[in-house]
Design a protein around this ligand. Structure first.
Ligand code: NI
Length: 136
């Protein structure tokens, strides 16, 4: 029987959506206010979903404290209160859209989670705008 466990997390970060190969006009046209050269912030909400089998010895799918620590170390410490474009390596040459941030969170967490689990990540950039990477 497969079951899923979720852990929510939160971070604040600043970003700017910008394609350096385009003119200022085209950036403004495509990214609107999000291309503002002085950056802007979001309160990102994260949902991490781990799927697998219940361990008969503990009754847990995964120890939530371990999952919490992984998210702290590989997401919150990397992104919280940062300017993503300037301070976070993976976004120096990658536009920090919700899609790319969501995928990078998955990529940063995946190697630290046992292969027996499936991992999916959902990221809310605003309460109404969110993206999900279902894994693989
Ligand atoms: Ni934005």
């Amino acid at each position: 029987m497969r079951i899923s466990v979720f852990r929510k997390a939160h971070f604040n970060a600043a970003h700017r959506l910008y394609n350096p190969n385009w003119s200022e006009e085209k950036n403004r046209e495509v990214f609107g206010l999000c291309s503002n050269e002085y950056y802007h912030g979001h309160n990102y909400e994260l949902e991490v979903k781990v799927t697998g089998e219940i361990d008969p010895e503990t009754g847990f799918l995964i120890n939530l404290n371990d999952l919490k620590q992984l998210i702290k170390e590989y997401v919150e410490h990397r992104y919280d209160h940062k300017n993503l474009n300037i301070e976070v390596e993976e976004f120096k040459n990658l536009n920090p859209t919700a899609e790319n941030i969501c995928y990078m969170i998955w990529k940063n967490l995946r190697p630290h989670l046992d292969k027996k689990y499936d991992l999916a990540v959902r990221l809310y950039e605003t309460p109404r705008n969110f993206v999900e990477f279902p894994g693989s």
